[in-house]
Structures are given as structure tokens and as C-alpha cells.
Write a protein of this length. Sequence first.
Length: 446
Amino acid sequence: MRLAINNGLVIDPKNKIFTQLNIAVENGKVKEISKEILKGDYEIDATGLYVTPGFVDIHMHEDPIIDDKIKLNIFNRMLKMGVTTVIGGNCGIGTNNPKRYFELLNEGNPVNCGLLLPHSILREHIGAKDRYKSLESDDIERIYQYGKKLMKENKFFGVSFGIRYVPGMDFNELVTIAKLGEGKVVAAHIRDDAENIYGAIDEFLKIGEYVNTHLQVSHIGSMAGFGQMDKVFQIIDEKRAKGLDVACDCYPYSAFSTKIGETTFDEGFIERYNTGYESLEVMEGEFKGKRCTEEMFFKLRKEHPETMLVGHLMNSEDIEKALINPNTVMASDGILGINGDGHPRAAGSFPRFLAKYVRDKKLMSLYEGIEKITYAPAKLYKINKGGLSIGDDGDITIFSLEELEDRATFAENGLSPKGIKYVIINGEIAVKNDEIINGKLGTALK
């Protein structure tokens, strides 16, 4: 099928294009770009709309396999946001059966999906269940060899760590497993946040002295968004000036989310965040929608440690500083509970970023905003996405900037955005007027 898109304002930072042009997609690839009106089997009149590469989310948390099928929740939300390509396996957590996961993706998925190798499944492989315990050298070598095997079999984009979630991980384990990402990506939820972030960022960046890789600091807003953003970027920029390959990602909210049983909420978190239990909102289960009391917190942490919480704790000014930093890309960090409950970032991040921070607050130009969600993240991860060159994959998002609105809230986290007119994946229409019409066009990326 030949698909023609006419009269739209094309923004393609990969090729430094920001002008009205017409695009034809054929056999899944960009076939023609012209100032002349193009013909096709299906023609879209994009008058008054913006036509961009499909959005790329390099930090999200993929849907799980349930009964040998991917239980679709977050992938559908990604698609409705205009996202066509995602990277899962972040923060050291992800599927422990990547071979089967890639097979299921290739049977047809809402979006194209690649994975990082999550560190946690390596520890899981040798039965190292105590996250507070350091591994002996022999065990580190065992998990390294297992990771090497998985990397060879599955063609991951790199390796990810949730250092915060495994306090027992020492630097020997960290740097040894980071070598699996040589020449690729090493991404991490670093060891600590708020006032404790400085040692944590130094530890992560030190990997660059031993491993030739791209270092990706995950969700910098929820790590340095408590008044530390300026100083942290100063540390990162000093390292970049000395040749270190490092970047950050950030989601456009001043509230973070994780499970109540995670080490984030170990003893001392009240003091670290200078807060009270009421700043924590329960996102699922018996107390869904309620703010915590001390009694509720400890009951859930003991009896239901998988419960998703939201911490309304970060400074909005720090989030803005992160988003406008030229070394930061926008990513959702979307993660959902098994029933689809969780932070609204999984359904609203991309339209929210463009509508609130680009259109309304004018923190950056639209061109710069589009670059942060298309070509820039794709380039960091060496993904052949995020552009509209002749021969590029036909992944395209068409939206009305004027109508764009993220509707997902903390109370109703799954509400779909408005203003996404078309999402095209591999040359075929996946979304039309905010609704999914074909959720099987995405494939596995390797």
C-alpha cells in the first residue's frame, strides 16, 4: 500500500527539516518527500497539522507475559500518545524470558519494542534473592557469563541497572556487568537521590573509566528533583567536557512512582525527602486513590509490597531545568501494575510534554521539543528510527498542537490524550483520531 500525507508541516530534526512538505510511504518505508502533492492508495490531508517521525521512548517498562501472551496495557497507551518505538528492560527489571518475549513481539505488537538486558534477571538466575547482600567474585563471574550468553542470543541494546533497588551491589559487580554493554548502552536508576545523589552519580559515571559505552542516567527528575538539579548537571557536564559519553532522560511530572516494597522507602526516607506519609498516594488495591497514613504505609509495605505508590515530592522547577537541558531527552518511565493501575505518565507523558512545556510554557521551540522525543533518543541508542529520510521506516506521528492535551490524571491514570490524529507504524495506520485501529503493526527491535 502507498500512503500519502499532504499539506502537513513536517518536523524532522534528523534532516533539519521544518517546513511544509508531502510524504509518501510505501512497503513500510519512506518512499518520497516532495513539495508537490503526492498520490497514494490512501491519502491523508494534514492541513494545519504537524507531521513528525514517530515518537521514541527509550525509558519505559514493558508489559509482562501472562499465560504465554503479552498482557497489553502500557503498549496501547504508548501508541495512543504517538509513540511508535520503545525500549523496555529499564531500571534493572524486565522479562526473564527474553527469547519468548521477542517471539511474541514479532507476532504483532502495538509498538516497535527493543530491550535492555536487566541486571536483576542475572541475579535471579543464580538464586541471589537477598538484594542487600554483596556477591562473591565467583558469583559475579557466573552472572556475567550468563549475561554474555543472553546478550549474544537476544541482541539487547545494552544493559540496565536498578542500583537503588539492589543496595548490596558493589562496584565490582556493577562494572563487571556493565561490560556487557560495551559499545552499546549502560542505563541506570542510580543508587541514591535527593541530598545523597552526588556520591551516586559519581559512582555511576565512574563506569566510563572502565567501559567504552554510552551511559544513560535514568529519570534524572526523580533523582535530582529535590533541589540538586543545577549541581548534578554541573557534575555531568564536567565529565562530558572530558570526553565521557553520558546523557539523561526525564519525564514531565513532579511526582515519582515505584512499588511500596522497594528500597526507596527503606528506613530514613521521610528524613531524606523532608516529607510526611501524606505525600504518598496509593495507586492500586484496597486504598487506591488515598494518601498514606503511617499505619496504612506499614500495612501495605508488609502485606502488599507490590503496590504501586506515587510520591508527590519533586520540585517543578527542577523538572523544567532537566527538560530544557540539551543533554536530556524526554522519556515516560511508564510502569503499570498488572491491572493497568499506576502513574499517569504511562498515558500522558508525550502529549503533556508538548502541550504544557513546549506550547504553553514555551520552555523550548517546537522543533527542539520534537528532537527530544524523536531523533535525539534514537541516536543515543543507535536505533534506526526517529527520522524521515528516504528509506527510513515508515513510523510517523501526525498531531494538532492546538488540540493536544494529556487527559490522564492520578485519579484516572489511563485516560487517552487528545490531538493525536494519526500514528503510522511501518507504513500502515495504527491510530486514527485518538483511537487504535490496528494494534499489531509493531515488531521486535534488535
